[in-house]
Design a protein around this ligand. Structure first.
Ligand code: SF4
Length: 228
């Protein structure tokens, strides 16, 4: 979002409003399948286009810690080629993918920060963990009628913390610090869980990556008194 906003010479708040749905987490397309960032037939934010756009026609698959690039089914009207003789490495270099992958890795460090803090503040004697995560997934994926969530707003609207003139690399550092502080100050397990799930999904991870392991939650759930 930072790079997209800088390319459009607008704030991240404006970029979220103009180009995205689901609170800034995915690009907005109209009914005719046109991206909101299209300017005529060209990308209006080419310099700051998102990672998924840079990678196409490749996709990035994750399996645990393992990552691999795969060839996607070409979209209608697209040749879906990444160069006749190019290797994947050549293509990634030409698309300047490295800074985006580096930023993904930096933001991914917040996932365990979320998990640890949720484990601390959630009252698993009162809240059933599966219900907490079911609600969190629903909130994270909702495109409308979702609850206000200042943590989610902060995940995408980095300029609130960094200033719109800052270089994206520097801005990411300040943004991460501000987010970590917000996480540590929050006592709202539901809001934290929804933000954690949306962060994980936005970075290309499974929503389950955000969840507190059951080995931790099960030890803190109410247990029935033993039968006589
Ligand atoms: S590359 Fe295409 S899909 Fe991606 S932001 Fe630009 S116009 Fe939208």
């Amino acid at each position: 979002m930072l790079r997209l906003a800088r390319a459009g010479r607008i704030t991240t708040a404006e970029a979220i409003r103009r180009f995205t749905i689901r609170r800034g987490s995915i690009l907005r397309f109209n009914d005719a399948g046109r991206c909101a960032a299209l300017d005529g037939v060209r990308c209006g934010v080419h310099e700051g286009r998102p990672l998924a756009c840079r990678l196409y026609p490749l996709g990035l698959e994750r399996d645990g810690d393992a990552e691999r690039f795969v060839t996607l089914e070409p979209a209608t009207g697209s040749l879906g080629v990444y160069g006749d003789d190019a290797t994947v490495d050549d293509f990634l270099a030409a698309q300047d993918v490295a800074p985006h992958l580096a930023a993904v890795a930096q933001y991914a460090t917040l996932i365990p920060v979320f998990r640890d803090h949720i484990a601390l503040v959630a009252d698993f004697e009162r809240v059933e963990p599966r219900e907490l995560w079911r609600r969190a997934r629903r909130e994270a994926m909702a495109e409308s009628n979702y609850d206000p969530n200042s943590l989610i707003d902060a995940l995408f609207d980095a300029d609130r913390f960094t200033g719109i003139a800052s270089d994206p690399v520097v801005a990411v550092e300040s943004h991460l610090g501000a987010l970590a502080a917000m996480i540590s100050e929050s006592a709202d397990a539901s809001a934290l869980a929804a933000a954690a799930v949306l962060l994980a999904v936005s970075l290309g991870y499974s929503p389950a990556e955000a969840e507190v392991p059951s080995a931790i939650t099960s030890g803190r759930q109410k247990t029935s008194p033993p039968a006589d």
